[in-house]
Each structure stands twice: as structure tokens, then as C-alpha cells.
Design a protein. Structure first.
Length: 165
């Protein structure tokens, strides 16, 4: 049985699967407030032809609309890939309380990989960050996606992780 945080990450993984079905890089995000999903999104950069259409930014906009406030205090954000600088900035500005991410991003991750913007005390807000939640599953999804678009054989997630956790 999954704990709440792992269960919420599974919702983000489902959003990532939607992105992949649409030909987008499979990254998904959900935002939780009082146990309820108030924002959910997946990457839509290709569809919208918008470089800011990352899962986190779109989910933050949805959550703010839901709450009627740009302040997303007492919320938890779950995303399948470590946030980039733009998304980390949006998380800080929105005052998200907790951030959980799956796979590390060696090329653009700023929640511990290249630097750690979310825990930098020079900003006026620092969310609690939990890295690596369902990290193997999130990482394999991205690896498989890029192997497929490069014409390489994908890994079988069921072989790696068994049935859906």
C-alpha cells in the first residue's frame, strides 16, 4: 500500500503519461491542498509553442485560480522531474510549502543537482524539498521516451517495477 506522498506522485506520473501521449516530454505535476488536488498539469511546450508551458508553471496557475490567490501556502507540489530555474522561481514566488520530485535532472535541475534554489536562504521563501520520490519510475519514463524518439529500444517498466505501484 502506498503512503499519501507516493500516491500523489502517482497522479503526477499519470500526468506525465498524458504528456507522452501528446508527444511532449513526459513530465507531470500535481498540487495538493488539504488532501485535494487543486492543480494538475503536464508539459505542453510543443502543443502551445510556449517555452514557459512546463508542468509546474501550468499546475501553479491552476492551483492559484482554484484558491483565488497567488499565495499557495500550505500546499504540496509533486513533480516527476527536478524543477528547472524557471519552475523553482515560480515555486518560490507562489509560496509553495513542500516540493517532492521524482528524477534528478543533471542538465537543468536546481533543487540539489546544479544548485539548490529552493533552499537558498537569500530568498524570502524556502519550501521543504523531498527529492527522489518514485525516482526510478520517473527516471525510467524519461529514459524510455528519449530512447524511443532516438529510435532505440525502450525499457519495459513492468519488468523493472512490476505492476503499477
Amino acid at each position: 500500500m502506498l503512503d499519501d506522498n507516493s500516491r500523489y506522485m502517482q497522479y503526477a506520473i499519470r500526468e506525465a503519461m498524458r504528456a507522452e501521449e501528446e508527444g511532449e516530454v513526459p513530465i507531470g505535476c500535481v498540487i495538493i491542498h488539504n488532501g485535494e488536488i487543486i492543480g494538475k498539469a503536464h508539459n505542453q511546450r510543443e502543443r502551445l509553442q510556449d517555452p514557459t508551458a512546463h508542468a509546474e508553471v501550468l499546475a501553479i496557475t491552476q492551483a492559484a485560480n482554484h484558491l483565488g490567490s497567488w499565495r499557495l501556502e500550505n500546499t504540496k507540489l509533486f513533480v516527476t522531474l527536478e524543477p528547472c530555474p524557471m519552475c523553482a522561481g515560480a515555486i518560490i514566488l507562489a509560496r509553495v510549502a513542500e516540493v517532492y520530485f521524482g528524477a534528478y535532472d543533471p542538465k537543468a535541475g536546481v533543487c540539489g543537482t546544479l544548485m539548490n534554489l529552493l533552499e537558498d536562504r537569500r530568498f524570502n521563501h524556502q519550501p521543504i524539498v523531498t527529492p527522489g520520490l518514485c525516482g526510478d519510475e520517473c527516471g525510467a519514463m524519461l529514459t524510455n521516451f528519449f530512447r524511443r524518439i532516438r529510435g532505440q529500444a525502450p525499457l519495459n517498466l513492468e519488468d523493472q517495477f512490476g505492476r503499477n505501484n
